[in-house]
Design a protein around this ligand. Structure first.
Ligand SMILES: [Zn+2]
Length: 66
């Protein structure tokens, strides 16, 4: 059974899935508007990690700034 992601109540109303009620659905919408769901920078960090490994393999630590 899915629980409400807002208030963690176990019995979510199928009408407002995945939320338990209209109220929690509204709360989620508010979070979107206020940027609580901003995309994390994890992708950026991963790219940097790849660059480092490639640099070491090619024997070139850093590219000169253009
Ligand atoms: Zn709820």
């Amino acid at each position: 059974m899915a629980s409400c992601p807002i208030c963690r109540k176990a019995d979510a109303d199928p009408k407002y899935k995945p939320f338990c009620s209209r109220r929690c659905s509204d709360v989620d919408l508010q979070r979107w508007f206020t940027g609580a769901y901003a995309i994390p920078v994890a992708l950026d960090e991963g790219a940097q990690d790849d660059d480092e490994k490639e640099g070491l393999g090619a024997g070139q630590a850093e590219k000169p700034p253009l």
